[in-house]
Structures are given as C-alpha cells and as structure tokens.
Design a binder for this molecule. Structure first.
Ligand code: UD1
Ligand code: UDP
Length: 374
C-alpha cells in the first residue's frame, strides 16, 4: 500500500471552521490520508466553539488574534506561523476555504513551500475589488496559486474559466457549508442563551439580524440598526434576535440604537447549532454574512442581504434572497413588504438550495485521492 497523502487543513475564522470541518472529518475517515489541522486563531472564541462542536482539536494553533487587529497584522502573523508549521511538517497538499485572510495567506505559504494548494469554495466573485473588502481580493489572489479549485456551483466554475483557470483543475463539488449545516441541523439544541430562548418562545414574528462586513462598519451599520429599530416600532409583534459578532466595532453601532428596545434581544454570537435553530425560527433574516446567504434558503427563510453586491447570485436568482444594501428607507420598505404581504413572503419562502447537496466533502476526498495517488 502506498504512503498516506499528507494533508494540512488550515482554518482561522468561524466560517473557515464550519466549511473545513466536513472536509477534515471526511479525510480522517479514510486511511489513504493523514490530516494535520492548523488553526491560525484569526478568531478565538468564535473559532473554538465551532471546533468543539465538530470535535476537532487543532494539531497546531498559531493563536494570532489580537483585539481590533488590522489586516496587515493578521497577514504577517499568519504567514510567519504557517511558514514555521510547514517547515516542521511537510505536506502533499494544503487546503483552506473561501476568502478570509487566513485562506489567502495559507495559499501563499503553501506556494512558498512549493506545496499544491486546494481551494475549497473557489470561484466566488463580485468583480468589485472593494466589495466585500478584503474578501474579493483574498479569493481572487488565491486562484492563480491553487492547483485544485473546488467550486461550489456552476457559476463559480464559469468565473474561474473566464479567468483562465484550466478546466481540468476545476471540480464542481457543492459547498461544504451545506454538508455542515445538514449535519448540525440534526443536532439537538443545547443552549441556555436567554436571547435565543426568548426568540424561540416568542408568540409573534422574529427578525434575525447578523452584520459584520468591514464595508458596513460605521455609518452603514448605524443605518441598518436604525432601520431595524423602525421595524420594531412599526410591528408590535416583532422581536429582534441579533447575535452580535465579537468585533467591538459591530457592537458600537448596534448597542446604542437597539440596546434598550424592549423587543430587541441582542446577544453574544450563538454557537453554530443554536444559530441554525434561530434561523429556522426566524420569519425574516437580515444579514451581510456570506454563509448565512447559503444556509437560509435551504430552510425556506426569506433573506434580505445588507450589501450592494453579492458573490452568491444563485440565491437571488432562485428568488430566496434579495439585495437591499444599507439604506435605512430601503431596508424598512423591503422588510415591511415581507411582513405585510403574504404573497411576497410566500414567493421568497420557497425552500431552495442552489449551493450543494451535503456531499461536497466526500467529492473533495475522492478527487484528492484520484489526483494525488492515481
Ligand atoms: C473575518 C474575515 C471575514 C469573515 C469573518 C467571519 C478577514 C479579513 N475577515 O472578519 O472574511 O466574513 O471573519 O466572521 O479574514 N473578535 C474576537 N473574538 C473572536 C472573533 C473576533 O474578539 O472570536 C474580535 C477581535 O477584536 C478581532 C476583531 O473581532 O480583532 C475582528 O476579527 P477579524 O478576523 O479581523 O475580522 P472579522 O470582521 O471577524
Ligand atoms: N453563525 C453562527 N453563529 C452566529 C452567527 C452565524 O454560528 O451567531 C454561523 C452561520 O450559520 C454561518 C457562519 O456562522 O455558517 C457565517 O459566519 P459569518 O457570518 O461570521 O462569516 P461569513 O460567512 O460572512 O464569512
């Protein structure tokens, strides 16, 4: 029997861990692979809770997070740490997902060590350099380095083709985030978070809000908070559930406007399984998240995307998501339409899942086996 394929899987943020967990677990089930999991620790608490849920313990933890870290700090500390880790234990392939700075730097570190890089969730694009910032450039800069492009959808494959990535290096696998959300949706709810309990017990309607994008920091996030406040005033059965990102900048925008409202349940980031319960309980979801745009349609939840552009057009095309930007009036209008017009609501609430079938990680495993030990 040939030597196992040595994989280094890298994750740093909450979505990295969610989308890499199915891949790491699938590879570890197969004796053809040995997998070292490197956590950069770009996130701390939000990363750890996902790793705990999926019962993953990093082999190396670079623990780079500092409060209010800059992009340059993340890049430098991650590159140094990954360089050391790859020096100490060589690999046949390095894998990371999506568009975080952890991911781009993992690709760069692999390149410096001349190790093939596999990009999970390859090919998402807005073609606007600054939206989302810095994610659009993170994923675009990762593409020319990668040897394996695991595209979640046909749209993503087409984007890569247009950029000159050879057809033979692109595989449409579905998004591993769908593997993760299907797995987690089967887990029982274990959370004593009072805000979540309140939302689950609420007899009226629930609006779920998450926001964290850098381009929404400051004024746009203030406008989002004001729009949500307007909605709470307009609909007296409406409860807001807002698990707030750990970034203090996010809290600075949300708390002064929404913190005192009697029907605003603001809380810490929810663990992944409880968050999925919150999505299923919600009537309408307002978000600028990437992952939530993929998950919410699967549960038939109308989603208003608090961004000007999206690299996930499939949900919009399917009618499950709508881009509403960050203008206060527009957000209020669009949410009001959903909350007052049952036909408009029903049109968006048809469950669709253009992002995967829950078997992306298995496909990635098969491809790596075929390509690396033909
Ligand atoms: C990062 C990713 C973004 C992804 C998001 C998912 C980059 C540049 N950005 O953005 O693509 O959508 O994660 O959530 O890769 N913090 C904590 N504890 C945590 C996590 C964050 O305290 O567990 C605080 C720290 O003060 C940290 C700050 O949040 O400095 C910002 O974290 P950072 O990873 O730089 O940016 P995100 O906005 O989280
Ligand atoms: N999520 C979570 N708890 C929360 C909010 C979100 O577990 O309180 C999950 C969500 O289900 C999705 C992922 O985190 O899978 C999205 O992460 P985030 O919005 O931070 O990043 P993005 O996807 O925008 O990069």
């Amino acid at each position: 029997m040939s030597e196992p394929i040595r994989v280094v899987a890298v994750c740093g943020t909450r979505p990295d861990a969610i989308k890499m967990a199915p891949v790491v677990r699938a590879l570890r089930e197969d004796p053809a692979f040995t997998v070292r999991l490197i956590a950069t620790g770009q996130h701390r608490e939000m990363l750890d809770q996902v790793l705990r849920l999926f019962e993953l313990t990093p082999d190396v933890d670079l623990n780079i997070m500092t409060p209010r870290q800059t992009l340059t700090e993340i890049t430098l500390r991650t590159l140094e740490g990954l360089d050391r880790a790859l020096q100490e234990s060589p690999a046949d392939v390095v894998l990371a997902q999506g568009d975080t700075t952890t991911t781009f730097v993992a690709a760069l570190a692999a390149f410096y060590h001349k190790i093939p890089f596999g990009h999970v969730e390859a090919g998402l694009r807005t073609y606007d350099k600054y939206q989302p910032f810095p994610e659009e450039m993170n994923r675009r800069l990762t593409a020319p380095i990668a040897e394996f492009h695991f595209a979640p959808t046909e749209t993503a494959r087409e984007n890569l083709r247009r950029e000159g990535i050879p057809d033979a290096r692109i595989w449409v696998t579905g998004n591993t985030g769908i593997d993760a959300v299907q797995w987690v949706a089967e887990q029982s709810l274990q959370s004593d978070d009072p805000a979540l309990q309140r939302a689950l017990a609420h007899s009226g309607r629930v609006l779920l809000l998450t926001t964290h994008r850098r381009e929404n920091w400051g004024k746009p996030m203030g406008a989002i908070a004001r729009a949500v406040h307007d909605l709470l005033e307009r609909f007296d059965d409406l409860l807001l559930l807002a698990p707030m990102h750990r970034n203090p900048i996010v809290r600075q925008s949300l708390l002064p406007i929404l913190g005192d409202h009697p029907r605003a349940a603001l809380t810490e980031p929810l663990d992944y399984a409880p968050f999925v319960h919150a999505m299923r309980r919600a009537d309408v979801i307002l978000t600028d998240s990437g992952g939530v745009q993929e998950e919410a349609p699967a549960f038939g939840k109308p989603i208003l995307v608090l961004r000007e552009t999206t690299e996930r057009p499939e949900g919009v095309a399917a009618g499950a998501a709508k881009l509403v930007g960050t203008d206060r009036t527009r957000i209020v209008q669009e949410a009001t339409r959903l909350l007052t017009n049952p036909d408009a609501y029903a049109q968006m609430a048809r469950a669709v899942n253009p992002y995967g079938d829950g078997r992306a990680a298995q496909r990635i495993r098969t491809i790596l086996r075929q390509e690396l030990r033909p």
